[in-house]
Design a protein around this ligand. Sequence first.
Ligand SMILES: Cc1cc2nc3c(=O)[nH]c(=O)nc-3n(C[C@H](O)[C@H](O)[C@H](O)COP(=O)(O)OP(=O)(O)OC[C@H]3O[C@@H](n4cnc5c(N)ncnc54)[C@H](O)[C@@H]3O)c2cc1C
Ligand code: FES
Length: 268
Amino acid sequence: MVSSSATGGYRIVTALDGEGPLPRAGQFYMIAAEQGWGGGGERPFLPRAFSVADASAVADGVRLSFLLEDVGPGTHELARLRAGNGLLLTGPLGRPFSAPAELNDSAAGAIIVGGGIGLAPLALLRRELAGGGVPERSLLGFRDREHSGGLELFRCSEVRLASEDGHAGHRGYVTDLLAVMLEGDGADTAVVYACGPPAMLEAVRGLCERRGVEAELAMESPMACGYGACFGCAMPLRSGGYMRLCVDGPVVRAADLETALVEGAGHR
Ligand SMILES: Cc1cc2nc3c(=O)[nH]c(=O)nc-3n(C[C@H](O)[C@H](O)[C@H](O)COP(=O)(O)OP(=O)(O)OC[C@H]3O[C@@H](n4cnc5c(N)ncnc54)[C@H](O)[C@@H]3O)c2cc1C
Ligand code: FES
């Protein structure tokens, strides 16, 4: 059974997973609506992948929230869900974000960088870091008002914003804010966590590489199964060969990639 609400140009869908377990930030679920999925032989046929944006243990299971952008038939069906409709969930799947000390043993804090709908996994990450006493600074960027929302999932007032149309915060890219932050105090002991469109992730990857800062990127690719069986989510590695993003990711060490600009890899 779900509840659903609008947040800017996106929607938050909340559902109860009666069995759990509690997911970690960066993990995802394969999701389909119980009704109207593949009906009449029309798309969507397969479940769709969504990062978990919030999770809490409750008496009858785990309450999960997802932030979604309506971009096609599957997300359209999910955006139409209303209170009481059923949701089919498989998860949690994939590799979560690492703790800062796993990326850099002298890490003193974290910088979170989100773009558009990419803020979803970072909202849960921010709360995990805050719960563990890790100092974090959050930078979120949006293309325009229609492609923004979900800030309430961050439950934090200390978020610095950027928008390409200037409707909120710095007019420009969120990576402009990151570039300034990486020049400042303590940048060499920070670790960066990012999720967003491929062009933003590539800018984050390049900035961190040039500054010698460890980073993890939550990536997207088309996913048919979500558990390693179909190889539809293959992503090239810097060392040669491929990973399956659904089982070896979706959180990837930036240093393992030659580029984050991979064909078919996620939102604009
Ligand atoms: C690990 C993972 C986590 C994700 N988390 C979220 C999330 O938290 N919120 C959210 O809204 N979306 C998320 N996505 C993207 C989401 O799965 C796609 O938007 C969705 O599958 C599109 O399905 P559709 O039937 O609506 O559109 P489709 O008809 O399948 O696609 C419509 C258009 O959307 C784009 N698209 C297709 N597949 C993807 C994809 N995998 N990623 C991005 N764009 C795509 C393409 O431009 C395509 O032409 C995630 C994807 C992955 C792999
Ligand atoms: S989505 Fe099937 S192997 Fe990754």
